[in-house]
Design a binder for this molecule. Structure first.
Ligand SMILES: C[S@@+](CC[C@H](N)C(=O)[O-])C[C@H]1O[C@@H](n2cnc3c(N)ncnc32)[C@H](O)[C@@H]1O
Length: 222
């Protein structure tokens, strides 16, 4: 096995090992910043509501996909209140097991819990109104991210939307050895989106997060 291939294998397997040890809680999902979840969700609701509804060009509300869903923090407070059904995909089976409990009554409206790395996952073609990808792109290599976004584009229903919400670095690629991820700057994220053949139709910075953490940006793509 060549070095690059080996590095890639360990990039993914180290991340899997890391997440297996993380508590299946909101705090665990947010690296100890559980308290910012409400601000995050409210910001996402305002962002998403701009696109949803009836009428020309509006995004439907039938089905959403939560990518790197963890215990379903976003599914519970953002997606299930807005969409009829939601599917979850995550590489950590323990989190998906916890999601069923965390979501309570509303778990009835979850269609599927897919246990898979996004690098290997192909969402069903033409199936989703919104594909939400939050705090997980740093776990994919550039090539896998581009290919995953291309598969997501095929998985959209008419007027569907892909949303990336993630940390952005000030400049360049900043590796995190602890959870085996990388943080890219906004220019790099935009260039990977363009490489995937997607268009950025709206972009915002999440406000009111603690000053010491990375800036978080939300991008709507189709
Ligand atoms: C920082 S948590 C974010 C969870 C959720 N998106 C949220 O905001 O509450 C990262 C999640 O990504 C998952 N993950 C890590 N690498 C992944 C991969 N290659 N494919 C799919 N999920 C992955 C982890 O299991 C974990 O649930």
């Amino acid at each position: 096995m060549g070095d690059i291939a080996h590095d890639e294998v360990s990039f993914y397997s180290n991340a899997e090992d890391y997440w297996k040890e993380v508590p299946a809680t909101v705090d665990g999902m947010l690296g100890g910043y559980g308290s910012i979840s409400i601000i995050d969700i409210n910001g996402s609701k305002d962002f998403l509501r701009k696109f949803l509804g009836e009428g020309e060009g509006k995004t439907g509300t039938r089905c959403a996909l939560d990518c790197g869903a963890g215990i379903g923090r976003i599914t519970k407070r953002l997606l299930l209140p807005l969409f009829s059904t939601v599917d979850l995909v995550d590489v950590t089976q323990e989190f998906l097991d916890k999601a069923k409990i965390h979501l309570g009554e509303d778990s009835k409206r979850v269609g599927n819990y897919f246990c898979s790395g996004l690098q290997d996952f192909a969402p069903e073609n033409g199936h989703y109104d919104v594909i939400w990808i939050q705090w997980v792109i740093g776990h994919l290599t550039d090539e896998h991210l581009v290919k995953f976004l291309q598969r997501c584009q095929k998985a959209l229903r008419p007027n569907g939307l892909i949303v990336i919400k993630d940390n952005v670095s000030y400049e360049g690629v900043v590796p995190d050895e602890v959870d085996s991820s990388i943080c890219r700057d906004l220019a790099i994220v935009r260039s990977l989106v363009a490489k995937a053949g997607l268009r950025i139709i709206h972009e915002e910075q999440q406000m009111n997060f603690p000053k010491e953490i990375y800036q978080v940006h939300t991008l709507a793509l189709r």
